[in-house]
Design a protein around this ligand. Structure first.
Ligand SMILES: [Cu+2]
Length: 139
């Protein structure tokens, strides 16, 4: 069976407004695969954000928490296993920002089903202030 764009759900996509002086920020969402086979998110781009990429917070070799690149730029989303982009965990980095994020903006994700047939999923993110992050419910 082929997985369609409708079967890959991004719940509550939101981004933190960039702090003044900062050149990066983060975006979050809960991704659910309602299909019956695995997909990977393999492409990350936005018409309004210069650079979009996945990263996670984790321990480096010295036991220090830091942001770590996902060099493959691939994030797996298995059926029935929600993939969470969340503050302090796996997140979508928004980089090379020269101005504030707009109130709403799109990110185009390339979804690559294991069964073949890549497609683009466009998701609209809503920008919130950092102070709202703690109270923003993801589900
Ligand atoms: Cu980051």
């Amino acid at each position: 069976m082929t997985i369609t764009s409708d079967q890959i759900k991004f719940h509550n996509p939101y981004a933190a407004q960039k702090n003044s002086g900062a050149t990066s920020s983060s975006a979050f969402a809960l991704v659910i695969n309602q299909g019956n086979s695995s997909v990977n998110i393999t492409g990350w781009e936005s018409p309004t954000v210069p650079m979009v990429m996945p990263m996670y917070f984790g321990l480096d070799g010295e036991g220090v928490w830091k942001m770590i690149n996902i060099n493959s730029k691939k994030v797996n989303v298995d059926p029935g296993v929600p993939t969470l982009f969340f503050p302090g965990y796996l997140h979508i980095m928004l980089m090379n920002l020269s101005s504030s994020l707009p109130e709403k903006f799109n990110i185009n994700f390339t979804i690559s089903p294991d069964s073949g047939g890549d497609f683009i999923k466009t998701v609209e993110f809503t920008t919130v202030e950092w102070t709202q992050l703690n109270t923003t419910k993801i589900i």
